[in-house]
Ligand binder design. Structure first.
Ligand SMILES: [Zn+2]
Length: 280
């Protein structure tokens, strides 16, 4: 069973590997960007190798920045500079280059890709992108979808318009295309990160575990709610989905850890590929 802690580049400490057994951890998920690659990281990785601890690289693709015309554009024409649109060929090239550079640095246990797909607001219609690349992808449905999104942003309705099916298909095909591109270009096993909410696993807005089969070696699901009832429902729903690869759950760090641990550790990952989730 994978039992990992998540740390960031700023949390690298020489005594980390002495502490791991205390928390029954056998792996580390290290969040980093290509700009972090250098000698201090190399010495950390050499310590990890000495202690026989697997290190997974977490690449926050959604935090990369780019030109404004590569960003999400809603139905009202507003741009969101913090959300690069994955339909844009230049964004795909940027993400691929980041994965290639990091993959070439060290034989990582896996490359965990966070934010590989469409980012948006929690509300569905305002999160739909209408940039030039997405409009091209929607084809003849684009103008209808844009009108529907505008109307829903002014007066939300509960029932999705049929044009939404085209959008969902486009989103999945874009995500699949980039995942395939990265899979073919890097030697590291890939881990696809997604969220437990139904928008990301189950409503066809992103790849299902089955659709990612053959490209992602593992999947990681993060929990976005602290509500125990909602969390139980999400767990039950996810456990019923076909999982052709190991799927891990990311949980908040145990609350009884002291402050320094809490600052250093942002998550714990436990396998539920055997049908159970370990919670502490
Ligand atoms: Zn777009």
């Amino acid at each position: 069973m994978l039992r990992s802690i998540r740390i960031s580049r700023a949390d690298l400490r020489p005594n980390l590997f002495d502490e791991l057994p205390i928390h029954s951890c056998n792996a580390v998920h290290l969040k980093l960007a290509s700009s972090d690659l250098g000698p201090p990281l190399l010495s950390f990785l050499s310590e990890a190798t000495k202690y026989n601890v697997a290190v997974h690289a977490t690449i926050p693709l959604h935090e990369l920045q780019g030109a404004e015309d590569l960003c999400r554009q809603d139905a009202l024409g507003h741009r969101f500079p913090q959300h690069l649109c994955p339909s844009q060929p230049q964004v795909q090239e940027l993400w691929l280059a980041e994965c290639q550079t990091i993959s070439a640095f060290f034989p990582w246990a896996s490359l965990e890709m966070a934010g590989l797909g469409f980012s948006g607001s929690p509300d569905f219609y305002p999160s739909i992108c209408f940039c030039a690349a997405c409009m091209y992808g929607y084809g003849a449905t684009g103008l209808v979808l844009e009108q529907v999104a505008r109307e829903n942003m002014e007066e939300p309705t509960e029932h999705p318009h049929p044009s939404v099916n085209t959008l969902l298909l486009w989103r999945r095909s874009v995500q699949y295309g980039i995942l395939r591109l990265i899979h073919e270009a890097v030697p590291s096993p890939l881990c696809l990160k997604t969220a437990a909410t139904i928008r990301y696993t189950g409503d066809r807005s992103s790849l299902s575990f089955q659709e990612a089969q053959g490209l992602a070696a593992t999947c990681l699901v993060s929990w976005t709610t602290a509500d125990p009832q909602k969390s139980r429902e999400e767990r039950t729903r996810l456990e019923s989905l076909p999982r052709p690869m190991p799927v891990y759950a990311e949980l908040p760090y145990p609350s009884d850890w002291d402050d320094s641990m809490a600052a250093a550790f942002s998550g714990a990952v436990f396998s539920f590929s055997e049908g159970t989730i370990r919670t502490e």
